[in-house]
Design a protein around this ligand. Structure first.
Ligand code: DAH
Length: 334
């Protein structure tokens, strides 16, 4: 057999061998057998070296062509194999991840959402105001002048600008009155801040719900009915009893503290629990806000959500809420 036939036979065999290689190891074997130092191409190269100059001229082109065909078949096959391997290693998005943990809504946010839902159902607008507040809105317009002792109970963080972090959501009342026309009903759920030493039952920021309604002929009866509805929804019970005790807040008259109990419940709510402050909006507060107290009356209430949530879920340390320890928070998946 002449060298030309040998070359053609090598080309055919070589290409077959390469395309049969199903993985990288057998492709490498084929490469060594064909192109390696003692491989078939080298053998023919040796025979080619011994050919006469005329033969060389004739066969040179064929030799290069065969060698080139084998090399490029090898490269192609290599590419195909590694593309296949990449496919096999592609991420399977449907595969369940054993370490994957679902997030959960913060327990305070859950209660906040319930409160907002209940008040939306009663026709209230859900609003908010700034955390960084002016003295005037946090105190002055709520009938708490600069030298009033009621300020002592609400020490807070002051900014160099003279502004402060709001101590209660009642500040949203003072912001709202000048810009709305009665009748209206509004509810705010938001953060408030106090200069407090942090311990198991106190934090320097917490969450309040503030509701206020202004209309003609509003009475304490409307206030009590509203509070009962809210508490029953948040505690998910229908046997809620409400008790009002006279109390003082400069922005309401009369003012009350509200205790609630649910006689059928076995937990802390079986006995009276103090939950919130409320009252009929002080005529002075209404008129500072541009609302005529001879025509309109209204009620307002403010309630801390942390305490309520702690009793509801039997949580014994308020620091759970802002502490960022997910082991605690994950227990309250809704
Ligand atoms: N702002 C009061 C506080 O943070 C709570 C409060 C009491 C709000 C009586 C009211 C209210 O709207 O009528 O201590």
């Amino acid at each position: 057999m002449g060298l030309a036939e040998d070359l053609n036979a090598l080309k055919e065999e070589g290409l077959a061998l390469i395309s049969a290689a199903g993985d990288e190891a057998s492709l490498e074997e084929a490469r060594i057998a064909l192109l390696g130092r003692n491989g078939r191409v080298k053998d023919l190269q040796k025979a080619f070296g011994q050919a006469s100059p005329e033969e060389k001229r004739e066969l040179g082109r064929l030799f290069n062509e065969v060698q080139q065909a084998i090399k490029s078949a090898f490269e192609d096959q290599k590419d195909q194999l590694s593309a296949g391997a990449a496919d096999a290693g592609a991420i399977d998005v449907t595969e369940p991840r054993p370490t994957h943990r679902r997030g959960s809504i913060h327990p305070i946010s859950q209660v906040a959402q319930e409160v907002e839902r209940v008040f939306s159902g009663m026709g209230y607008d859900i609003i908010d105001g700034p955390h960084i507040e002016e003295d005037e809105f946090n105190f002055g317009r709520l009938n708490i002048p600069e030298d009033h002792p009621a300020r002592d109970a609400q020490d807070t963080f002051w900014l160099k600008t003279g502004k402060l972090l709001r101590t209660h959501t009642s500040s949203v009342q003072s912001r709202t009155y000048p810009i709305v026309e009665p009748p209206f009903r509004k509810v705010v759920v938001g953060k408030v801040f106090r200069y407090e030493e942090v311990d198991a039952t106190h934090d320097n920021n917490f969450t309040q719900v503030e509701g206020f309604l202004v209309d003609k002929d509003i009475t304490v009866g409307h206030l009590v009915g509203t509070i009962k509805t809210m508490i029953a929804a948040v505690l998910q019970r229908d046997d809620i009893e409400v008790r009002l005790r006279p109390s003082f807040f400069p922005f309401v008259e009369p003012g009350f503290e509200v205790d609630v109990r649910s006689p059928g419940s076995s937990g802390k709510f079986a006995n009276w629990v103090e939950l919130l402050g409320c009252g009929m909006i002080h005529p002075k507060v209404l008129s500072i806000g541009g609302i005529d107290p001879d025509v309109y009356t209204g009620f307002a209430f403010g309630m801390g959500l942390e305490r309520l949530t702690m009793i509801r879920h039997d949580i014994n340390d308020i620091r759970l809420f802002n502490g960022g320890d997910l082991r605690g928070l994950h227990q309250f998946k809704s």
